[in-house]
Structure formats: C-alpha cells, structure tokens
Write a protein that binds this ligand. Structure first.
Ligand code: SAM
Length: 335
C-alpha cells in the first residue's frame, strides 16, 4: 500500500534533528505528495479563492503549494505528531477526536502522521470550505489507503462550524504573516472554545510583537526559493501585541460583535528614528512540543511593516487589528 512508502518519509521528517535534515525530509514529502496524489497541480484552473466574513480561503492550487515551504511544513507536522502523542497520554483508552480545519487538497499536516499511529483510537474530521480541495483530499485519502471509517470530510466554514462533539486536537494553518488576509483568528475564535478543556491546538501559540527596525535589514523568506535571505536582523522589540492560543482566542469579543484588537499606546523612541524607522509586526509560531517557526523562516512569519517614524509627527500611536471581514492592520496616530 502507498502509505507504507509514506511511512519512512514521515519518520525521517519527525526524526530530523537540524534545519538541513528538516528541509531534506520536507522536500522528500512534497515530492511524494506531488507525484502520488490524485491532485494534478493546475494553477490556471484551480486559483479560485473564497471570500468569507472573516478572511479569504485559499484556492486549491495555493493551498497545495504551501507544502513547499519546508520549515513551515516540517515544524507543523512535527507539532501535530507530538500533539497526538501527548493527547494519547492525556486520554488513555478513549476515542481521540481530531478536527483539522482547512485541510486543502493534500491534508498536508495530518496525512503524513496518520500511518505512524496505525491501529490507534484516532477519529479525524477534516473541514474544508473549498469543494475542489475537499474532493481531492478525499481522493488522496483513498489513494493512500487510510482507514475510511476513521476519517470524515466536511465541506464547511470553520468560522461558523458547530461540532456535535467536543474534540481533543484542533489543527489549523490558515494564516498569512501578522494574521493578515486568511481567517486563522476567526477560526480559533469559533473552534478553540469547542475543544476539550485539556485538549491541544496546533499551532499552540501565534505570537505577534511590535518591533522597530529597518525593514530591509530583517530576515525575509522567499517562497519561490524556499529559503530565507538569512539576514540576522537588528530590530528592537517593543513588546507583545497579543498571542493567539486556545485560551486567548477572541471568542467572547466575536460573540459580542466586536471585531477589533486595539494595542496599548506606543511612543516611538526618538533614538531609533535614524537607524530603525520602520514600525513592524513580527510573527512567530510555536507549533507544539518545542517546535517553532521563527521570524523570516516562512512566509507566515515574515516581518510586516505598518508605518514608520516619519508618519507619526512625534505623536503616540497604537496598532489596530480588524477581523470582521478580511483581516488587516491599521496604524492609528493619537493626539
Ligand atoms: C494555507 S492553506 C493550508 C493547507 C494545508 N492545511 C497545509 O497546511 O498545507 C489553508 C486552507 O484552509 C482552507 N480554509 C480557509 N478558511 C477556511 C474556513 N473558514 N473554513 C474551512 N476551510 C478554510 C482554505 O481553503 C485552504 O485550503
């Protein structure tokens, strides 16, 4: 069976011990997926995005090619693998329910690890809003010979979905850098409260910080090349904006119809005005089990510039994240 061929690649990825090994394993995985999945990547035909109240759901083509960002893929899959192990320890002898929101056509973050937990008590629901991606993920599951009775595909909006049962593990990577554009925050706001209180969300933390820098000096990941420019970065971190976790998930706010995060007030440090004039949001992810995706290691964690010293005219400011429709950031100058 094809999944027997996948197993050694998945093991190589889980056991990868440094960046070079992670990249080699993730590339072997993406080659295996592109060669064997029934989804024949087609940019021309499959580029239709779906705009939801809360963010944009990527096209089948764009969701598929996420797999080619090697460090992103490796560290999220490692996180999922370790989260499943942890859940099996926390809930022994029970049926374990996994909810994967936004699986795309490859179910990249789950299918590689399922063969490593053969015969386990895992029951997986895969949610995806894009019908073409659902069709291909279902076909891929059959091609791999994964256990049909343990996997359900649901063509649903994860921002609205109400699960009939609580689940133990929530997996979702539906984000751009700084939580722009895609609906990660709104999906967490809806689904995290439906997790079992002792359950796990992967990524377990998405942290956004305010930093002052010269943008061109910061590390930047190029997804065409699958590599970072390797700049060491010289930013001065000003402090956290917020961290999205299973417990800090904006659900109460969304329920009350408020769709914005207002940062505290900041005053630009005059001494940085010449060398680090850019006001940026830095994103970092903890996937799970000590695995992290750092600044400039993926397109999800590239620095995002919201303004600069010269627009402030010496006034304090705050950053506002709006997430009622397509999420964005605004710099508000205060008087
Ligand atoms: C960035 S892609 C990630 C694909 C895959 N999980 C991976 O990590 O490689 C995000 C996927 O989530 C889906 N998605 C986004 N918003 C969604 C929503 N509200 N409900 C269900 N699926 C959604 C998109 O259609 C897309 O397939």
């Amino acid at each position: 069976m094809l999944q027997e061929k996948l197993k050694p690649i998945s093991r190589m990825l889980i056991e990868s011990a440094n960046e070079a090994e992670e990249i080699a394993a993730a590339r072997a995985l993406s080659a295996f997926f592109t060669e064997n999945s029934p989804y024949a990547v087609n940019q021309q035909e499959d580029s239709t995005e779906i705009t939801l109240r809360g963010g944009v759901a990527l096209s089948t083509y764009h969701a598929a090619i996420c797999i080619h960002e090697s460090l992103r893929t490796a560290r999220l899959i490692k996180g999922v693998y370790h989260a499943i192990r942890e859940i099996l320890l926390r809930f022994p002898d029970q049926e374990i329910r996994v909810l994967y929101a936004g699986c795309g056509p490859y179910a990249t973050l789950l299918f590689p690890v399922l063969p490593l937990f053969d015969n386990s008590s895992l029951k997986c629901s895969l949610l995806e809003i894009n019908p073409l991606s659902v069709k291909h993920a279902r076909a891929w599951s059959e091609t791999l010979g994964l256990n049909k009775d343990k996997i359900t595909f649901l063509e649903e909006d994860a921002i609205q979905y109400k699960s009939p049962e609580t689940f133990h593990l929530l997996i979702s990577e539906t984000m751009f850098n700084a939580l722009l554009r895609e609906p990660q925050l709104r999906i967490a706001a809806n689904l995290a409260p439906q997790l079992h209180p002792n359950g796990i969300m992967v990524p377990e933390e998405i942290r956004l910080d305010l930093a002052y820098c010269a943008l061109g000096d910061e590390p930047y990941f190029d997804n065409q090349k699958d590599s970072s420019d390797g700049k060491p970065g010289t930013a001065e971190y000003s402090g956290p904006l917020f961290s999205l976790t299973k417990d800090f998930n904006f659900s109460e706010q969304v329920r009350s119809g408020s769709f914005r995060f207002n940062s505290t007030h900041f005053v630009f440090p005059e001494k940085l005005s010449k060398t680090k004039p850019d006001i940026c949001i830095f994103t970092t992810l903890k996937t799970f089990g000590g695995h992290e995706i750092g600044l400039g290691e993926s397109s999800l964690t590239n620095p995002y510039c919201v303004g600069n010293y010269y627009t402030l005219e010496g006034k304090p400011f705050r950053l506002v994240h709006r997430f009622e429709h397509i999420p964005d950031w605004k710099l508000e100058i205060l008087s």
